[in-house]
Design a protein around this ligand. Structure first.
Ligand SMILES: NC(=O)C1=CN([C@@H]2O[C@H](COP(=O)(O)OP(=O)(O)OC[C@H]3O[C@@H](n4cnc5c(N)ncnc54)[C@H](OP(=O)(O)O)[C@@H]3O)[C@@H](O)[C@H]2O)[C@@H](O)CC1
Ligand SMILES: [K+]
Length: 535
């Protein structure tokens, strides 16, 4: 896993490294070296380095010096004279570089800046880093739009200047980077808010040779899941199995209005490896689902007049639930009163539970002001996996806005901390999905655009439930197992897009690709871990 840090965590890490004997001045030298090495990948002849007043600028001054020593023509553009820089370590490297073979321009006008930038084949943006907040002030509010208009190759130091490293917010102009060379660990703002739009490719410079030993001494805002991390979470298929021992899933879903959601979720659970899947659905749509799923038993449950779960559904489902390794509840269920009872009863059971879609909306209706105000409703010993998209998550926390990764993580943590259950996971689905457990926040690789299609969420919920059932509860960290399921879902998108064309993928194509996707996830994981297949 690769840690992603908040600004505060980064500062704490720098302090720790300093205590271990590597000063901040030394880190700045390494940061500048790393920045220069990223710029050198473009084999530049002429570089312009834009520096600000702070230590981000210091990184830029060091990089400028190194680039010029490598034979690159370098112009450094600074808002003030090196002597006037307040930060002592940045002032030191600025004065040193200015005395070497670089051309320093202080406080150019807009037109002068255009002339300086024009002949360069790369620009290093070391204007603002983690110390920046708010909207960019002059002169950078002139520099940044000028640079963006020229559409050049840009390497940003730590974060693109103008991006809030903590929140990913952009309130004024922001550098559009080709690469972001981030120091020690990527900052959470690169993945949240508008970060992904401005950061380009993110490359991380570890700077400190014993980083691995100290980085776990600070908290991580999140961890990026790498393929090899998933190895322990592959579902196993032992030699002596029968359909029950392979894991059983009860899918509580559907209504006369939305029978398809139940069909897709059940089929996905079966394709993910559950040996025995059963659907519990309101009576009026049971036959239709039976016809669509000949290999899957369908139990009709008392319905209301609109074909959704009725008043007697809660107890009927509760009795059934105890016979399964996992229950998935929600897809296509509507938020009728009977559905709310079903959810309440299932939460009281001791079966591993995956709640998706309308089951989450039913939960939201159980408490005004957020379900975390009444955590007893969902606090349980058995695993509880919630799979809300951002809007559903917002409803769960009483309408607090959930618009990006940062707010999604905050909302998910509110739910988790209120319940305090070790076995609870929130899979917050959005442009950047986060898998939030009590101890860790995981960032899986972003899925392809082909996943953004109706029914895709039902498929993911089915994959998650299938994997929970196959594992028979023998999982130490449910958020990691969810990361495996999210990775499989993501590859179904790639595989289906290759077969059907990215624009034409529909959710049933994703289901057909689950088997192959599991193969790809496992192959990638083994490759990443350096384990040769067939060896
Ligand atoms: N983490 C690491 O391990 C390492 C970190 N290092 C590097 O240090 C960087 C952090 O440096 P930092 O703390 O000096 O802050 P930085 O980003 O240069 O910005 C401060 C300047 O911005 C200004 N400013 C603020 N808001 C503004 C606005 N709205 N509009 C305009 N200006 C604004 C602010 O002005 P002031 O508010 O003081 O007037 C101040 O002058 C970090 O990103 C990394 O690159 C490496 O060197 C070593 C290893
Ligand atoms: K920067």
């Amino acid at each position: 896993m690769r840690p992603v840090l908040s600004v505060e965590e980064t500062l704490r890490l720098e302090d720790l490294i300093e205590k271990e004997g590597t000063s901040k001045a030394a880190l700045m030298e390494y940061a500048g070296e790393f920045l220069a090495s990223v710029a050198m990948k473009a084999h530049p002849h002429h570089a312009v380095v834009l520096v600000g007043f702070g230590n981000n600028g210091g990184d830029g001054w060091v990089a400028a010096d190194i680039l010029s020593q490598k034979g690159v023509t370098v112009d450094v553009v600074s808002p003030i004279e090196p002597n006037e820089i307040k930060s002592p370590i940045a002032r030191h490297v600025a004065r040193r570089t200015a005395g070497r073979d670089v051309n320093v321009v202080v406080g150019p006008s807009r037109d002068e800046l255009v002339e300086i930038l024009a002949p360069a084949d790369i620009v290093v943006d070391a204007i603002l880093g983690t110390g920046f907040s708010g909207a960019v002030r002059a002169p950078f509010s002139i520099w940044i739009p000028t640079l963006n208009e020229m559409d050049m190759m840009v390497v940003s130091a730590d974060v693109p200047s103008g991006l809030n490293a903590e929140t990913g917010e952009v309130e004024g102009p922001c550098v559009q980077a080709t690469y972001t060379a981030t120091m020690l660990a990527p900052k959470i703002g690169l993945y949240s808010g508008e970060g992904p739009e401005f950061a380009g490719d993110i490359l991380c410079g570890e700077l400190y040779d014993r980083l691995d030993e100290v980085i776990d001494d600070v908290e991580h805002a999140a961890d990026i899941v790498e393929p090899a991390d998933l190895i322990e979470y592959f579902p196993e298929l032992p030699a002596h199995v029968n359909k029950y021992s392979r894991g059983s899933v009860l899918v509580v879903a559907g209504s006369s209005a939305y029978p398809g959601a139940a069909i897709m979720a059940a089929k996905a659970a079966a394709r993910a490896g559950a040996g025995y899947v059963t659907v519990a659905t309101p009576d009026p749509c049971a036959n239709l689902i039976r016809m669509a799923l000949p290999s899957i038993p369908v139990v009709g449950i008392p319905a209301d007049t609109r074909g959704a779960f009725g008043a007697a559904a809660g107890s009927a489902v509760r009795v059934l639930a105890g016979k399964f390794d996992c229950v998935l509840c929600g897809p296509g269920m509507t938020t009728a009163a009977g559905g709310m009872q079903v959810v309440t009863e299932l939460l009281k059971s001791d079966v591993p539970l995956v709640l998706d879609a309308d089951a989450l909306n039913c939960m939201s209706r159980l408490a005004i002001g957020g379900i975390d105000t009444t955590p007893d409703v969902y606090r349980r010993e058995a695993p509880l996996i919630l799979t809300p998209h951002y809007r559903e998550l917002s409803r769960l926390v009483g309408g607090e806005p959930v618009e990006d990764l940062g707010t999604a993580i905050d909302a998910a943590q509110r739910l988790l901390w209120a319940a305090g259950s070790d076995n609870m996971v929130v899979v917050a689905k959005g442009p950047r999905t986060a898998i939030v457990g009590v101890e860790r926040v995981l960032l899986p690789k972003s899925g392809p655009a082909s996943l953004a299609t109706a029914g895709s969420g039902d498929v993911l919920a089915g994959i998650i439930a299938g994997n929970v059932a196959v594992s028979h509860g023998e999982v130490d960290r449910w958020e990691m197992q969810c990361a495996y399921s999210v990775a499989v879902h993501s590859f179904t998108g790639h595989i289906a897009a290759a077969a059907m064309g990215e624009r034409s993928v529909i959710a049933t194509d994703l289901i057909d690709a689950i088997g192959d996707a599991m193969g790809v996830v496992e192959e990638e994981a083994l490759k990443d871990a350096g384990i040769e297949l067939g060896a």
